[in-house]
Design a binder for this molecule. Structure first.
Ligand code: ZN
Ligand code: ZN
Length: 428
């Protein structure tokens, strides 16, 4: 049996539509001159999503295996998967545990340091939706679902419920849909999720619900969007990078530094469970950070050579097809080729993110990494085997080689043209 269960099938079918929707929405936004997308921000969002999905595929087998093990030993009763009620109750209970998982992800520094990735964009659009969950969230979110195993929700139902909950939240990341009246008060919607992404005092740490807003209304965390307080998106300590790897690590690294510099062991240990924004007094005294002011909150933007920006956007569009391919074959790929494939996709996102860096030295690193990646993909294809397992038809080999070589020429042309020194700003 496919150890990924129906998840792999659902993800392989749905993901291409999501990426297509992002590019379509991006193009419409540009044509209309709307400010909800930025080129660099979109490349970074898609890069984060490809990285996290690639490693999500690797880790999901482990997560479902742990759930299955716990379920086999502690389930108080067994619910039949043949009954529709099992699926309805499973979805409902999962949504409840999702509320607490999400809320703790905002209230505890350690968990926030991984959930922050979803809030790391200061834009609010369909690409932002795909910055979830971060790579490190795969390490802990499953813990919150274990009460479901105790309640006897079968592993298949948990797997599908968690995926559906995630997929549902895609459409609510948009500024194009306004208020939906009663719907906003009971279900996750664009209006109440805009609030969730807000850094305004009124909106901070509100509206955690996935599919239902019921939990927020029960536990006092619901907030309506207000026209007299427009939502400003992002975080109060914004990450200043387009590199998906650094976007995943930035907050965690800042916590490590503060924990290392704190003199008291109490502070070193408790910082991980404190609320985000808390800092050890002795560290804050020698290295103060300016207090957050909404009036000074701006989009993070850097000038990027136009040709490199468009190159990164185009190459990012080619990666989802490979991601879907990885998901489709992951069930019978051995572990290490799977890790190698996921790493290859992740390196691609890092290389493309670095190409957008405002610093020349990092753009050069991105250039070297991207050229190496293209040559590697051509080399792997020419070996006739894709990541050691899949025998490629010869026409596929030549398509991969041709795309890699054309990309290499495009990359060099973009670099020679204006990548090395000319900092002409790409459209924001
Ligand atoms: Zn959140
Ligand atoms: Zn969101």
């Amino acid at each position: 049996m496919n150890p990924l269960g129906p998840n792999a099938l659902i993800a392989a079918i749905v993901l291409p539509f999501f990426y297509l929707a992002v590019y379509l929405d991006y193009a419409i936004s540009r044509a209309q001159g709307r400010p909800d997308y930025g080129l660099n921000d979109t490349v970074a969002s898609l890069g984060v999503s490809i990285m996290m999905s690639a490693f999500g595929v690797v880790s999901i087998v482990v997560r479902i295996a742990i759930y299955t093990l716990v379920y086999a030993h502690v389930a108080l009763r067994e619910w039949s998967t043949a009954s529709p009620w099992t699926w309805v109750i499973g979805l409902l209970l999962y949504d409840f545990t999702y509320y607490w998982q999400h809320r703790m992800g905002h209230e505890w520094n350690l968990l926030w340091s991984s959930h922050v990735v979803h809030h790391s964009s200061d834009r609010f659009n369909l690409a932002t939706a795909l910055r979830v969950p971060s790579a490190s969230m795969h390490l802990w979110t499953w813990v919150f679902a274990l009460p479901l195993a105790l309640a006897g929700i079968p592993p298949q139902v948990y797997a599908v419920a968690s995926l559906l909950n995630l997929l549902y939240q895609f459409w609510i990341h948009t500024e194009r849909i306004g208020s939906l009246a009663w719907f906003d008060r009971w279900f996750g919607s664009p209006s109440n999720h805009r609030v969730h992404h807000g850094v305004n005092d009124r909106y901070l740490d509100k509206n955690y619900g996935g599919i239902l807003m019921l939990w927020d209304r029960m536990f006092g965390t619901f907030e309506d969007e207000r026209a007299d307080d427009p939502v400003r998106y992002g975080t109060r300590a914004p990450v200043q990078s387009w590199n998906p790897l650094w976007i995943n690590l930035d907050t965690f690294w800042a916590l490590c530094i503060d924990a290392w510099r704190a003199r008291s062991w109490r502070d070193k240990l408790s910082i991980w469970w404190r609320a985000p924004g808390w800092r050890p007094a002795d560290v804050a005294a020698v290295d103060p950070k300016p207090a957050f002011e909404l009036s000074r909150h701006r989009h993070f933007e850097t000038p990027t050579p136009v040709a490199l920006g468009h190159y990164a956007l185009l190459q990012t569009a080619l990666l989802p097809a490979q991601l879907v391919h990885l998901i489709a074959i992951a069930a019978w790929l051995p572990f290490w080729p799977e890790v190698a494939y996921a790493s290859y996709l992740s390196v691609a996102t890092v290389a493309l993110g670095l190409l957008l860096s405002p610093e020349l030295r990092w753009r050069r690193v991105g250039l070297a990494l991207e050229a190496a990646r293209l040559l590697l993909s051509a080399g792997v294809a020419l070996s006739g085997q894709w990541f050691g397992q899949l025998t490629l038809p010869s026409w596929v080999t030549w398509v991969i080689v041709a795309v890699a070589m054309a990309s290499l020429v495009g990359l060099l042309a973009a670099t020679v043209r204006n990548g090395a020194s000319d900092m002409v700003a790409a459209p924001p």
